[in-house]
Design a protein around this ligand. Structure first.
Ligand code: SF4
Ligand code: SF4
Length: 287
């Protein structure tokens, strides 16, 4: 069972929910669970496990093509096949170049070239780290190389490190609804959306709900910082029949525990009660 924790925007409490569910699924359901931080641009799940032990770190590479202008006939077939406009061919001046920043390593250009003019090299895209956290099967973290914009390849590599297919896995997805989010949730059995009851939260929630409905992935909603904002999120979720898994009340003390990385050490009773109820609702999914 793979559950992704997603949010249409940053700052809604997605990571807090992911870390807490990881903790409480083991505590209340006694399941072997692994937390996977797919927010590779800014991974911070590890900050909440101060005693975590780093057990493995490896580099992740992607294939990036380049053109041998000695062999190239400047026929432009590769640039026609590239959906990401990463290739510029100018036959008049015999110019051919691939811009690696735009390249998604799909391999289409290499397959398209009939003149064997395209080769590939390995480019570092980031690192993958495994931590023992003392909870379940630990934490897997992907961290994008500084300056790299290609998150999806690293997220794919990160998932390959989940060796046990029977494990319960929590994905902490990147914020938003772009390609890295789609990559993260693509093999999720269930998505938990986290939002806050504000107009901004509602705006991004609508976009994320449309995405999940298009992808036909079942999902439920957690409203974080309840008690703030207005009723827009509640009215919307009711009108779309979205299951409300729980509401986490806003607590100043808990927010400062987050800031100091202590959300698992100082859990207010009201917050623990909420997670207990959420876990109870997830029981039918987590078998
Ligand atoms: S398909 Fe091959 S030969 Fe044609 S422009 Fe691209 S690299 Fe050059
Ligand atoms: S690998 Fe794909 S994205 Fe990259 S340059 Fe070739 S066709 Fe474009």
């Amino acid at each position: 069972m793979r559950i992704a924790i997603a949010s249409g925007k940053g700052g809604t409490g997605k990571t807090t929910v992911a870390v807490n569910l990881y903790y409480f699924i083991e505590k209340y359901l006694g399941k072997d669970v692994m937390l996977v931080d797919c927010d590779v641009e800014e991974p911070n799940d590890a900050l909440f496990f101060k005693d975590a032990e780093l057990t493995l770190r490896k580099q992740s590479y992607r294939k990036v093509p380049f053109i041998d202008t000695e062999k190239c006939t400047f026929c432009k077939k590769c640039s026609d096949w590239c959906e990401f406009n990463a290739i510029v061919i100018s036959p008049g001046i015999k110019f051919a170049e691939i811009y690696s920043d735009l390249c998604h390593s799909c391999g289409a250009c290499t397959a398209a070239c009939k003149y064997n003019a395209i080769a590939e090299y390995d480019e570092l895209q980031g690192s993958i780290t495994t931590f023992e956290t003392g909870i379940g099967k630990g934490l897997l973290e992907g961290r994008l190389k500084i300056g790299s914009a290609m998150q999806t390849g690293l997220i794919k590599d990160l998932k390959k490190e989940i060796k046990n297919a029977n494990l319960h896995v929590i994905y902490d997805a990147p914020p938003g609804t772009s390609c890295p989010v789609v990559e993260t949730i693509s093999d999720a059995d269930y998505v938990i959306l986290v939002t806050e009851p504000t107009p901004f939260g509602l705006h991004d929630l609508k976009i994320t709900v449309d995405l999940l409905e298009d992808m036909k992935i079942p999902f439920g909603l957690i409203i974080n910082k309840s008690g703030l904002g207005n009723n827009g999120v509640y009215n919307f979720s009711k009108s779309r029949n979205i299951e409300l898994l729980g509401e986490i009340p806003f607590s100043k003390d808990y927010a400062s525990s987050y800031a100091s990385g202590d959300i698992l050490k100082e859990i207010p009773l009201s917050v623990e009660r909420t997670y207990f109820e959420i876990i109870s609702k997830l029981k039918s999914i987590i078998r």
